[in-house]
Each structure stands twice: as C-alpha cells, then as structure tokens.
Design a protein around this ligand. Structure first.
Ligand SMILES: [Zn+2]
Length: 97
C-alpha cells in the first residue's frame, strides 16, 4: 500500500534542472526580500565584498539577501534572505530547440 508520503524521488532527480539553473546569470534574476517583500532584480542589490565573502543586501531595507563564502575547496551559499529567486528560462528553451 502506498501513501502520499511514498510519492517522492531522492534529490538526484533534480540534477538536470538545477544544473541548468545554476549555470544561468543569477544577476538577471528577480528575488523577493524575505524581510520587506520587495521584488527586485538581483543586480540592483547592494553588494559588500570587503569581508571574507560576498554579502548582498536589499536595496529597499538593507536586509541580507545572500551570503557567499569561499573556504578552501568549498563554497557556502546562504540565500535565506530571499523568499524566492525567479529566473527567466527562455534562453535555455531557445538553446534546446
Ligand atoms: Zn528588503
């Protein structure tokens, strides 16, 4: 007997879609600030690069949207400051035709 909780695949099933998304120019994406709800192009964020990593802050309320830190052979990406990130996939669809 199966239930709704059996209706899933493991994370590997998303590999193709995530590979496409992470190869895209994220600065062109629109993100929603988790603090004030403003939706702006990521390229409009205020970027601070003097620390050990990169911090992007909301242009409206200065809440941290994204933190990116390079430590040895690993990259840590913290995007919890954004409710979502919306990317235009039309270039992907055009290149797959
Ligand atoms: Zn904000």
């Amino acid at each position: 007997m199966s239930s709704d909780t059996d209706d899933y695949l493991d994370g590997n099933a998303a590999a193709g879609e995530l590979r496409d998304i992470f190869a895209m120019d994220v600065t062109a994406a629109e993100g929603q600030c988790a603090h004030c709800g403003a939706t702006k192009r990521f390229a409009q964020a205020h970027l601070y690069m003097r620390g050990p990593g990169v911090v992007a802050r909301c242009v409206v309320c200065q809440h941290v949207l994204l933190r990116l830190v390079n430590v040895r052979q690993r990259v840590f990406l913290d995007v919890r400051g954004m409710t979502y990130l919306s990317l235009d996939t039309s270039p992907l669809q055009e290149s797959s035709r």
